[in-house]
Ligand binder design. Structure first.
Ligand code: HEC
Length: 217
């Protein structure tokens, strides 16, 4: 990107930000500026081996969140929640509590989806072989000391909330598509994007909720 273009873009963004500072409900930045930003971002990626540029296409929900800087008016937030909730699929056997031991592995596995690669993936890591990368943002097992704090701590999750049907269902749906509950959540839409399969999400639910799980010791 040429410096002059970046300077023009920055000036335009600052001006739009100021113009809308007084009006909280107005879309920010201006949709025209938004389109310009998208154009520059897209131009900065060179198509090449292993590049999945389809991920640059923003769906309706992402566009709305960007437009309102993750703080949409109530009506639009409700529309996002409803649209995202409608995407949720459940395991074929209907069981939302799977095997916590497998859930423990998936929760910790840092290998997720990414753009580009250094060498071809091992078969077990190809599509469907992703981890949840949950420790990047959440604490869970009290014995684990390395974790990110973008998301709330999930330590003693089941101990604090119980393992009732409503908690199990909420936890499953929240992991499958966090934006069904929190319109512009920073948490990835794990099931919606096919990062984990429904059965794998059910295993993580068991890891968080089950009294036998180390999360609740
Ligand atoms: C990029 C950071 C990030 C990653 C990765 C992430 N989360 Fe989250 N998560 C968040 C944030 C931020 C919140 C709080 C906002 C919200 O509720 O959406 C959250 C909320 C949650 C909640 C709801 C907590 C509550 O108190 O109700 C659960 C459960 C959860 N995450 C589980 C997971 C699991 C399981 C994974 C891995 C499969 C995961 N998260 C991966 C950021 C993340």
């Amino acid at each position: 990107m040429k410096t002059i273009k970046l300077a023009t873009l920055t000036a335009a963004l600052v001006a739009t930000g100021l113009a809308h500072a007084a009006d909280k409900a107005a879309p920010r930045p201006d949709p025209k500026i938004q389109a310009l930003v998208a154009k520059y971002i897209e131009a900065s990626f060179l198509p090449g081996e292993g590049q999945d540029l389809s991920r640059l296409k923003q769906d309706e929900t992402l566009q709305a969140c960007n437009l309102y800087r993750d703080n949409p008016p109530e009506k639009i937030a409700a529309e996002i929640n409803a649209r995202e909730k409608a995407t949720i699929k459940y395991p074929a056997d209907g069981k939302l509590m799977g095997d916590w031991k497998n859930g423990e592995k998936l929760f910790a596995a840092g290998f997720g989806m990414r753009i580009g690669r250094i060498e071809p993936d091992k078969p077990e890591r190809q599509k469907g072989g992703n981890g949840g990368n949950c420790y990047a943002c959440h604490g869970a097992d009290p014995k684990e000391v390395a974790f990110g704090t973008i998301g709330p701590s999930l330590m003693h999750y089941g101990k604090l909330r119980g393992a009732g049907e409503d908690i199990v269902k909420y936890t499953y749906e929240k992991i499958y598509n966090p934006q069904a509950y929190s319109a512009c959540s920073q948490m990835p839409r794990i099931g919606y994007h096919g990062i984990l399969r429904p059965e794998q999400i059910a295993d993580i639910v068991a890891y968080l909720v089950s009294p036998e799980s180390p999360v609740n010791k």
